[in-house]
Design a protein around this ligand. Structure first.
Ligand code: NDP
Length: 280
């Protein structure tokens, strides 16, 4: 079993450290504020001692500014692989990678596609990028957390895919919450609506491979649903929201994209054309 260090014992860091302990790895932990404990782990007194304790150092703190602060206290990272599971942008990941290289370590960035309760359970996925050699050396240990998927040697790739997947989630939740708000505002059965909404969204998701084909080919011709028709329907959504005493806020950005696409002469195209309208 490998030795591993976990830096940061917030909700996620604690779950990660607990998973390593349960998988039988000798686990050392450090947290900025004392008093956060993980059963079965050794608690280091400072960052340098935590880094010295294991060849694999997993960092999961609030943001990458905090990661850079932690690195200033780490001293040399010679012989160490730093796996950064902190949420951030691709550019931030590259910046942390450069700092880790200056300190003599190898770098793997990661994006956690799970909440703490899912760690070490089915369905949990962590995306990795950076040093392929370092990732493969420690992949078996990292599998204690979640399925481990290597996205490529550019350290920014894990963050790119992480943020893309989460952007999909936030956009979907915007629509989901608006839909629930409509049904509740009308005094209807919110519980009964949940499976209807889930089934509808699942049916819509089946179109994704076709959407990807359209995006790759640039051919947005449709015999399903044209933007011009959607443009005419959108005011109904906004008006209905207002009639129910709701803010139409989550609908308006989509309405603006549709308007711009139609104004640009793409009224006969499919909704997938909106990908082009998102470009700056
Ligand atoms: P928490 O807010 O629960 O914990 C934040 C952690 O960051 C604490 O350990 C805190 O230490 C530490 N920290 C903050 N600032 C510093 C600093 N300057 N130096 C050192 N340590 C610092 O966050 P989570 O554990 O939930 O999230 C951690 C990371 O994991 C985030 O980037 C988040 O986006 C990501 N993540 C979280 C998920 C979740 O569902 N929770 C899901 C996927 C990713 P202290 O105790 O001293 O304040």
């Amino acid at each position: 079993m490998t030795s591993v260090t976990v830096i940061g014992l917030g909700l996620m860091g604690k779950a990660l450290a607990g998973a390593f302990v349960r998988a039988g790895h000798r686990t050392t932990v450090w947290n900025r504020t004392a008093g956060r404990n993980v059963d079965g782990a050794e608690h280091a007194t400072d960052v340098a001692a935590a880094v010295a304790a294991a060849p694999l150092v997993v960092v999961c703190v609030v943001n990458n500014d905090a990661v850079l602060q932690v690195l200033e206290e780490a001293g040399s990272l010679a012989g160490r692989v730093l796996v950064n599971l902190t949420n951030g942008t691709p550019a931030q990941a590259r910046e942390v990678a450069a700092r880790v290289a200056e300190l003599g370590g190898r770098y793997v960035d990661g994006g956690i596609m799970a909440v703490p309760q899912m760690i070490a359970g089915p369905g949990a996925l962590v995306l990795y990028s950076g040093s392929a050699e370092a990732f493969h050396e420690h992949a078996a240990t990292l599998e204690a957390l979640a399925q481990a998927r290597f996205m490529g040697t550019d350290p920014g790739l894990a963050a790119l895919y992480d943020l893309a997947l989460l952007s999909g989630m936030y956009g979907m939740f915007g629509g989901v919450f608006h839909a629930f708000a409509m049904v509740r505002a009308a005094g209807e059965d919110v519980r009964g609506f949940a499976p209807m909404l889930g089934a509808w969204l699942s049916a819509m998701m089946e179109g994704m491979p076709e959407q990807a084909e359209q995006i790759v080919s640039g051919d947005y011709a449709t015999d399903v649903s044209a933007l011009a028709m959607n443009q005419l329907a959108m005011p109904n959504f906004v008006e209905a929201a207002k009639e129910l005493g709701l803010r139409p806020d989550v609908l308006l950005p989509i309405q603006r994209l549709i308007d711009r696409a139609v104004e640009a002469g793409h009224g006969a195209d499919s909704l997938t054309r909106l990908v082009e309208m998102i470009k700056e």
